[in-house]
Ligand binder design. Structure first.
Ligand code: ADP
Length: 575
């Protein structure tokens, strides 16, 4: 009676019982079940029951019809159960099962549920079908090994059986399989896991297969591995040293040539031992230049000596460039070092030859010059115009030769570090004026104007600074064959004196502007070739200015003209 919400003592009639059944169930279920019971002899239904407090429970009944001796139904004896809770559990279970199914079907990884020892495909999701290139009808409710014939089925059966009969999971990474997805066999790589499905009694009844297609990643990785192997092969077969460093300048790779040359073990070199093979005399500048390159992100270029396995040092030219990502951030540096020992030796021989030749030439030229001067003063008043003109020509040519030999001697002195300076205080404007006057006489077609601040005293070697001025002005004249206007300026700027020489000549391409201050460098253009010269004037000028702690540079546009400038520190106290 409790089930109906009454006292245990209360007796209910069939009518009363019926009245408590939920109205629609009373009509649709109970009434029908009763009519059926009269025919079959079994009374059975599930319906909702309304308790006196209006709460609803679900009941299940199971009864048997008894008949009187005339064969007419007389009573029904049966059981009545409250199955509300059971129903709820069943609903929850169904719901969670539905949710699990939904999850499996929509999962981004491939999932299949295989049932029984024949591995019948019970559930298979879209992602799995896509991975295997099959339609649902081809696989569902069929033994998986019969549908996936392109697989190595013997191997697959072995793996599945292993899990099914041991009850232990099995997983594999980047497992290569051949699949027929687009009419031909193709190799794909999958990560997969087989998990046994166990029933209430602990018995395996199926396998859940979870798979993930990792072909793209594997192929990409293999490509990188291949290209790294190729790079290593290439780098190791090069006679040059090849090395890389991180963006902080820590060297993290050397090719085989470095180990072969130094005779040091990979371990020793990698641990920083490579620093030891740099010549002690080149070390400080080397470190400074490298740090500077890393800080500024600018190409590294340096000549230094490396110790060979036998203790002999050989000259190397090292270069390194930064490699950047799309945002311009430096990823790493790649560097090479090339043996330039022979070039260096040839250079030394050349230097030696220049030095010897210019010394040997100096004495006879000086004496020729002396004789010419004697002849010129002897025939000063001569009527012989040809003689006077010839002597004048010889004098000019001898002057040119003297300057050239002087320049060559200076180059030798710069190379062996014996260029000396006799510094004194002098007014630079005065010096500039002197030089303009002198050069305007020799080059009457060029007009040199001069804009200047008041007296600017500098401390330096007057004759050497004159040499710089002569070189810059002569170049301005030489490389301005059409427009003869040259503008010179001197001014005090930021504790230095800045002197500039501006011409309207042929100009210099940006690519060459840094190089023209190098020894023997001449711009190799069509128009440049027509001008005589050796490419040493600017080299000497730049050495002189550097030795005065000044700067020298150029701004130029081809076809428009150039502006050469140099700065010298002001005399202390004249700022
Ligand atoms: P050079 O004897 O060849 O003039 P320099 O060392 O004085 O040697 O100059 C080096 C190179 O720089 C020259 O060959 C020339 O190509 C270029 N150059 C120098 N000055 C000028 C200038 N004022 N205008 C154009 N080019 C110049």
């Amino acid at each position: 009676m409790k089930l109906f919400g009454h006292d245990a003592s209360k007796k209910l009639t069939l009518h009363e019982v019926r009245r408590q059944i939920y109205p629609s169930d009373r009509h649709n279920i109970v009434k029908k079940a009763f009519e059926e019971a009269l025919i079959t002899g079994t009374y059975k239904f599930e319906a909702r029951l309304v308790k006196p407090d209006n709460s609803i429970v679900r009941i299940s009944t199971m009864g048997k019809v008894f008949y009187d001796n005339k064969g007419a139904p007389s009573k029904i004896i049966g059981t009545l159960r409250d199955i509300t809770q059971e129903e709820e559990y069943r609903h929850i279970l169904e719901k969670s099962e539905r949710r699990l199914r939904k999850f499996i079907l929509n999962a981004p990884v491939s999932i299949g549920i295989l049932n029984g020892p024949d591995y019948i495909v019970e559930i298979i999701n879209e992602s799995a079908l896509k991975l295997m290139g099959k339609a649902k009808e081809q696989m569902l409710n069929k033994p998986v090994l019969e549908t996936m014939t392109e697989l190595d089925t013997a191997q697959a059966k072995l793996l599945l059986d292993g899990v099914y009969y041991s009850g232990k999971s099995f997983s594999a990474s980047e497992f290569p399989v051949k699949l027929n997805r687009h009419g031909t066999l193709e190799k794909v790589y999958v990560n997969f896991e087989y998990d046994p499905l166990v029933n209430n009694e602990g018995k395996v009844y199926g396998i859940m297969v979870v798979g993930n297609d990792v072909t793209e990643q594997v192929v990409a990785r293999k490509k990188i591995e291949q290209s790294e192997a190729r790079f290593k092969l290439l780098a190791d077969s090069m006679p040059q040293f090849v090395w890389t460093s991180d963006n902080q300048g820590n060297i993290n790779y050397f090719n085989k040539a470095v180990y072969d040359y130094s005779g040091l073990s990979e371990e020793k070199i990698d641990e920083g031992g490579w620093i030891d093979i740099i010549h002690p005399a080149d070390m400080e500048e080397n470190i400074l230049k490298w740090r500077n390159a890393i800080e500024k992100g600018k190409d590294f270029i340096f000549e230094h000596r490396f110790r060979r396995y036998d203790g002999v040092y050989r000259w190397q030219l090292s270069r390194a460039i930064p490699l950047r990502d799309e945002q311009g951030k430096i990823q790493f540096w790649i560097g090479t070092s090339t043996d330039i020992q022979e070039i260096k030796e040839q250079e030394q021989q050349k230097d030696y030859f220049i030095s010897m030749a210019s010394h040997e030439l100096k004495t006879p030229i000086t004496s020729i010059k002396g004789y010419v001067q004697i002849l010129q003063s002897m025939y000063e008043n001569s009527e012989d115009a040809v003689l006077i003109k010839s002597l004048g020509r010889i004098h000019v040519q001898i002057e040119k030769l003297t300057t050239l030999i002087g320049d060559l001697l200076d180059v030798s002195k710069i190379r062996n570090g014996s260029l000396t300076f006799h510094k004194q205080t002098f007014d630079i404007n005065n010096l500039i004026r002197e030089e303009i006057e002198e050069l305007e006489i020799i080059h009457p077609n060029h007009k040199i104007s001069f804009k200047n601040d008041a007296i600017i005293p500098v401390f330096g070697d007057r004759e050497r600074i004159r040499q710089v001025l002569i070189n810059l002005i002569s170049n301005a004249i030489k490389y301005s064959p059409i427009h003869g206007n040259i503008l010179m300026k001197s001014k005090v700027e930021k504790q230095t004196v800045l002197v500039s020489v501006k011409d309207e000549g042929i100009g210099i391409d940006k690519n060459y502007q840094g190089k023209i201050f190098e020894r023997f460098y001449r711009v190799e253009g069509k128009s440049e070739k027509t001008f005589p010269g050796f490419g040493i004037g600017l080299f000497i000028a730049s050495e002189i200015i550097k030795r005065h702690e000044g700067n020298i540079g150029v701004q130029s546009k081809p076809g428009k003209g150039s502006r050469f400038y140099f700065s010298l520190p002001l005399l202390p106290g004249n700022k």
